[in-house]
Ligand binder design. Structure first.
Ligand SMILES: Nc1ncnc2c1ncn2[C@@H]1O[C@H](COP(=O)(O)OP(=O)(O)OP(=O)(O)O)[C@@H](O)[C@H]1O
Ligand SMILES: [Mg+2]
Length: 447
């Protein structure tokens, strides 16, 4: 049976292209779409196996291309012969298969055969075959990578510099259930400690409910940050230098992509665009630390419109592309119960298995010897093997917040800071300097 192709190509080239397709290839042109809306509708109805789109198709962006991908449609970009700008634009949108509009039938046939051959070899993976821009298995935005491969990559020796294209950085998503267990505090200070250990790090605020990294570091609320980066990614204009401008260095080795200034702007953080931003932050820093929102609900399932923005897409995308996930729970009875339920939910979404961090550990909330009590409870109710404890220290945290500084700057000798330094040191494999290091930090693990 012949393959069905749909076109959404500017008038100037469409007639000749369709004639070439029909006369010189084995494909069947199922529809000539006048605009993107028509193309997406046809893709949604399952009528198209391949879509040929031109660079000047109005509103063509990463989100639309992601939708085509979800409909299992392979995408070929078509640009006016000799127009390098248009060709580049298609590639920046993540379309890896591009052809000049006057390509011969033989060339088109070979390209389509190769694309479908690739898909046949990886039947469950439509990513990267259709112009997703993925770097393939093991590449920086390859979601099909096995957890074991991810883990191996995540503990690879540190020390390669930022911007090293051959050595993509590691993404750490900091998640935790509702109830303000300390996601932002952990993400911010972990990023700051990684930077202090000589690991160029990008801190990303992807919380679509209450992002506050900018305020926590006394940065300008109006900073364009992540919203501008995802907009630019959606439109195909984001590259490393643009991203570097949007994520300024706030202290040596630490760049920050601030979050949306108002929670109501959450529709701006679209999944496909954020995924591309994170692909690039891997090249900007040895580590990317993401402050995620709490909700894991897949709002797509609640909506019939699969193109509608999803509030939790930012968190779900961050977790899916992450190499490591920190699950933060508050060290009190309610926080621990939420954590246990949250971990069950986390187990149902695409993400590596988490490192569990219990924050704000204090005897007044759970009784004497709080770490032992919490461990016993979590072994019993969640079968957790390994825990990291961070003590409760409101005075120190308040001081840091008041001055808009990290704990390393505001309270370098505090126990809470030393625990975060130890956690960062373990994650990056670089020993923390001995100076100022406490011998009896509260960070402990159970075997
Ligand atoms: N170890 C700690 N000791 C004392 N206070 C802490 C500790 N960790 C966090 N806090 C405080 O708890 C409050 C909530 O922390 P944070 O904002 O990091 O939580 P969150 O999980 O990001 O919350 P949200 O749901 O608002 O995003 C803040 O005032 C912070 O200073
Ligand atoms: Mg927060």
């Amino acid at each position: 049976m012949s393959r069905s192709v749909v076109t959404a190509v500017s008038d100037r080239w469409e007639g000749a292209l369709v004639t070439t397709l029909e006369r010189e290839t084995d494909v069947r042109v199922a529809r000539r779409c006048p605009d993107l809306a028509d193309l997406l509708a046809v893709a949604g109805s399952g009528l198209a196996e391949v879509a040929m789109v031109s660079a000047d198709l109005r509103s063509l962006d990463r989100t639309a291309l992601d939708h085509l991908r979800e409909c299992a449609v392979l995408v070929v970009g078509v640009y006016p012969p000799g127009d390098e700008t248009a060709e580049l634009h298609l590639r920046q949108l993540g379309i890896s298969t591009v052809l000049p509009a006057d390509a011969s039938g033989q060339v088109i046939q070979e390209v389509l055969d190769a694309m479908q051959g690739e898909r046949g070899q990886r039947p469950n993976d439509v990513r990267g075959l259709d112009g997703s821009g993925s770097a393939g298995p093991g590449g920086p935005d390859d979601l099909t990578e096995s957890p074991r491969d991810r883990a191996a990559r995540a503990v690879a020796p540190a020390g390669t510099g930022a911007g090293d294209l051959d050595s993509p950085g590691v993404i750490i998503a900091v998640w935790g259930p509702a109830g303000a267990p300390g996601r932002t505090t952990i993400a911010l200070n972990l990023a700051s400690e990684l930077a202090g250990l000589g690991q160029p790090t990008v801190l990303v605020d992807a919380d679509t409910y209450g992002g506050c990294i900018a305020q926590s570091l006394s940065l300008l609320d109006e900073a364009p940050g992540l919203a501008a980066a995802t907009r630019s990614a959606d439109q195909g204009s984001l590259d490393l230098s643009v991203l570097a401008r949007l994520a300024p260095e706030v202290c040596p080795g630490l760049r920050v992509l601030t979050g949306i200034p108002k929670a109501e702007r959450w529709p701006e953080l679209r999944a496909a665009a954020l995924e591309h931003v994170l692909t690039l932050t891997r090249r900007l820093g040895r580590f990317t630390v993401i402050d995620c929102g709490f909700s894991l609900e897949d709002d797509e399932e609640l909506s019939y419109d699969t193109l509608a923005p999803r509030r939790n897409a930012a968190t779900l995308t961050s977790l899916a592309v992450a190499d490591r996930v920190l699950a933060v729970g508050a060290g009190d009875p309610i926080g621990l119960q939420r954590l246990v339920r949250g971990l069950q939910e986390l187990g149902t979404v695409a993400s590596p298995s988490p490192v569990v961090v219990i924050n704000r550990v204090r005897a007044s909330a759970v009784g004497s010897r709080p770490e032992r009590r919490i461990r016993e409870a979590l072994v019993r109710f969640a079968g957790l093997e390994e825990l990291t404890f961070i003590p409760d220290d409101p005075a120190t945290l308040d001081r840091a917040l008041l001055t808009g500084r990290s704990l390393a700057e505001a309270a370098p000798d505090s126990a809470v800071r030393q625990c975060l330094l130890a956690l960062a040191s373990e994650l990056c494999g670089v020993a923390a300097p001995l100076v100022g290091r406490r011998r009896n930090g509260s960070r402990q693990k159970s075997a």
